[in-house]
Design a protein around this ligand. Structure first.
Ligand SMILES: Nc1ncnc2c1ncn2[C@@H]1O[C@H](COP(=O)(O)OP(=O)(O)OP(=O)(O)O)[C@@H](O)[C@H]1O
Ligand SMILES: [Mg+2]
Length: 552
């Protein structure tokens, strides 16, 4: 459909006159198709053009105010609406997509995109589909997908206000990763217990996806020993059973090492030294000793090599990180949750770590300990057994509330960030196939290198200025996007991902997890799902009947 005519161009900006009675929306993708190229534009603002004099405007507005009809002589020539758009790319006659090198001629026609144009943009060539291209607020049928192998090592930043759709996107990504059947792995920490079964009876969780039986490891306080968790799902009146590998969320003190603490970035150098000293001298019961022994005893034990103040602060910080004793236990049962998690990552699974009751300290220590082990394993394999490392899936570690780990407030007095495992992954993970998925409501609080190093950005509604300006400032291709980011609706996003070949801000509507997995469930039910056949493939260690999930 023709929507306007180009009336001016400057740099990569095109101004076009909008046709009468045609709706053009901010963020909409349009095209100008001329002999030598097809230009794809994205609308970012509007501007009425008026040749009316001040006196005419005053007279006409007064008439309107008095309820009289206003008729403008020669209206179409003297008053019209224009839209401003950025040229996001240029498609040559062979169909290759490039950055813009020229501009369309004046008076060329601006049109909406059709299916063929969307296909030419090749935004669906990746293997991790996340949503549909959006035209204004309307959703097209063209899919946008990220290329996992290129995207994961360069990190992903997801930002949006509360309710913007971050968790829905997390589930969509996890689902796409499970569907690659072992090509990639993802570790998710779930503080709200919303990912496994969904946050409410009307929502779906990862267990609803058929792939969860093979590619999900659920680490949760709900089970007491490693098992296949049996979950009965009721969907549209039919029952479906799933058996998901589950592991209890308990970690013995003996599994923790000094690096698990120091890599939280919470300790000063003297505190770190003391931690190592006690570890070297005590070995197995080092942590218990630090926690239980009176400060004076520790002081004498380390032969006065640490100040009493340092000992007291270290004890306090360690207690804070170990939390209330729900996750970290002195005498934990004898199975190694960390090994199970790292093993699942190396098999290409989604590991969902359910931490509904964890304190902030416990969450930090757990996330650090898990991420550190994954990073170390990948790093060691790359160095010592490169041929095995080559076969490993790309691993993505999700960090919710990323600003808590990587904020400006955690900078030292010299302005450097105290090294923590996530700043290490953001700097060095790329070499080892380990990437981070930073999820935050407040990107304005994040340190700049993290925004810059996350080459893929998915920006959900983000109305606050310090937050969107920070993202725009440190990202290419977002220069004119501020108006649009402010006006996005729930589930709508702008995506840039140069590693996936997405070199302009693509407006997308993230898939609704309920819609895509609901469709799969319906198909499963309609082909007469027979649970008995599936169950035979597993030898359950322990059966736990879950409550049926009721869906309206
Ligand atoms: N792309 C989408 N399509 C349809 N519904 C969506 C989409 N994204 C989110 N929603 C719905 O919007 C609501 C809020 O989404 P979600 O929980 O993902 O937000 P959030 O950003 O994680 O919020 P919070 O910061 O509070 O955790 C949910 O009911 C979810 O189902
Ligand atoms: Mg959420």
């Amino acid at each position: 459909m023709k929507v306007g005519v180009v009336v001016w161009t400057e740099g990569t900006t095109v101004k076009f006159r909008i046709r009468d009675r045609v709706l053009v929306e901010r963020g909409q993708l349009l095209k100008v198709d001329v002999d030598y190229a097809k230009f794809i534009l994205r609308v970012f603002d509007f501007k009425p053009e008026s040749l009316l004099t001040q006196a005419e405007i005053a007279r006409l507005s007064k008439k309107k105010e008095a309820g009289e009809d206003v008729e403008i002589y020669d209206k179409g020539l003297r008053l019209y609406d224009t839209a401003l758009a950025t040229i996001i790319c240029q498609i040559d006659i062979e169909g290759n997509v490039h950055g813009p090198t020229t501009v369309p001629p004046l008076f060329s026609e601006v049109e909406t995109l059709n299916k063929n144009d969307l296909e030419q943009l090749r935004l669906d060539t990746g293997d991790l589909p996340i949503g549909y291209i959006r035209v204004g607020h309307k959703v097209s049928e063209a899919v946008v997908a990220l290329d996992g192998a290129k995207t994961i090592p360069h990190h992903i930043l997801v930002c949006g206000v509360t309710g913007a759709g971050k968790s829905n996107l997390g589930k969509v990504l996890a689902y796409s990763i499970m569907r690659t059947k072992g090509k990639y792995s993802l570790v998710l920490f779930d503080c709200e217990s919303e990912y496994f079964q969904g946050a409410s009876p009307t929502q779906l969780g990862l267990v609803h996806a058929p792939e969860s039986e093979e590619y999900l490891l659920y680490v949760t306080p709900r089970v007491q020993e490693p098992c296949k968790l049996k979950v009965t799902i009721t969907y549209k009146g039919a029952e479906v059973e799933r058996r998901v590998e589950a592991y209890p969320l308990v970690i013995g003190y003996d599994q923790l090492r000094p690096e698990d603490f120091t890599l939280t970035g919470e300790f000063t150098h003297p505190q770190e030294e003391l931690l190592w000293l006690v570890y070297k001298l005590r070995k197995r019961d080092w942590l218990n000793f630090l926690l239980e022994a009176p400060p004076d005893t520790i002081y004498r034990f380390v032969r006065k090599l640490a100040a009493k103040n340092t000992i007291n602060t270290l004890k306090r910080k360690i207690k804070h990180l170990l939390g209330s004793g729900d996750v970290f236990l002195e005498d934990a049962p004898d199975f190694n949750t960390f090994d199970a998690i790292v093993g699942a990552v190396m098999r290409g699974c989604v590991v969902l770590i359910d931490i509904p009751y964890a304190t902030e300290g416990e969450e930090k220590l757990l996330a650090t300990a898990v991420a550190r082990r994954i990073f170390d394993t990948y790093e060691k394999l790359r160095k010592h057994a490169p041929e095995d490392w080559e076969k490993l899936p790309y691993a993505l570690v999700a960090v919710e509330e990323a600003h808590r780990y990587l904020s400006k407030t955690s900078l030292t007095s010299t302005g450097e960030l105290k090294e923590n495992i996530f700043s290490i992954i953001s700097k060095r993970g790329r070499k080892y196939r380990v990437g981070a998925l930073y999820i935050t409501q407040m990107p304005g609080e994040l340190i700049e290198p993290v925004i810059r190093q996350s080459l893929t950005k998915i920006i959900l509604p983000l109305p606050t200025k310090p937050d969107y300006t920070k993202v725009i400032e440190y990202s290419p291709y977002l220069d004119e996007a501020s108006q649009e980011i402010k006006t996005l609706d729930r589930g709508e996003a702008l995506v840039i991902s140069p590693p996936s070949g997405i070199r302009f801000a693509v407006p997308i509507k993230v898939f609704s997890y309920e819609e895509i997995v609901g469709k799969r469930l319906s198909e499963e039910i309609s082909v007469k799902y027979t649970p008995a056949r599936k169950i035979k493939r597993f030898k359950p260690l322990k059966k736990i009947k879950e409550e049926a999930v009721v869906l309206s």
